[in-house]
Design a protein around this ligand. Sequence first.
Ligand SMILES: CC(C)(COP(=O)(O)OP(=O)(O)OC[C@H]1O[C@@H](n2cnc3c(N)ncnc32)[C@H](O)[C@@H]1OP(=O)(O)O)[C@@H](O)C(=O)NCCC(=O)NCCS
Length: 175
Amino acid sequence: VNAAPTIQPVRDARGIAMVARLADEIWREHYPPIIGTSQVNYMLERFQSEEAIAAQMAAGCRYFLIVHRARPVGYVACEPESEAGRLFLSKLYVRRDERRRGLARAALGFLEALCRREGLGRIALTVNRHNAGSIRTYEQLGFHRAGTQVKDIGGGFAMDDYVMEKEVPGGTETG
Ligand SMILES: CC(C)(COP(=O)(O)OP(=O)(O)OC[C@H]1O[C@@H](n2cnc3c(N)ncnc32)[C@H](O)[C@@H]1OP(=O)(O)O)[C@@H](O)C(=O)NCCC(=O)NCCS
């Protein structure tokens, strides 16, 4: 029987360094067939360097490490959008050799509890339209497609995404 994973808030430079290391490993393994190596390099440098992560956290983004058997094996980033009444899930990554063990499901349970505590009625995310396995995962976890989004991220690159959403019952007083 696997020990239950824990979801631990990133609070300091050491945690940020762990996230950046996981991002580097997971993105280089997963994304080249989907977006190409030069876009992966660009996005890692721009969005997942230690400096970039620290700046996102200073602006309200929350990072968490997924820890399993005392090892950091994945990470989550999210940002409450109070006016929209939702939590935006901007990152969810699990190391390849730890997938299909329920870690993303556990992370989502944690985020749903966070939504209920903070009165947020749904979780939204964006996922690359060609990231088929992850889209399938999100569907299994109760998300549905709510639209499409093309976003210019500079450097001559764009993100070509589906927007997906999941309602979180009990997330708001008024329903
Ligand atoms: C997407 C990702 C985070 C899922 O993490 P995970 O820990 O393997 O997911 P879980 O084990 O909790 O699986 C959750 C559900 O999705 C299903 N699932 C997981 N991976 C799947 C895949 N590749 N294809 C189809 N279904 C999949 C599981 O069967 C499970 O459903 P079930 O509980 O009803 O059986 C992980 O595969 C990953 O990091 N992928 C690469 C990076 C990425 O694309 N991240 C998302 C960016 S938007």
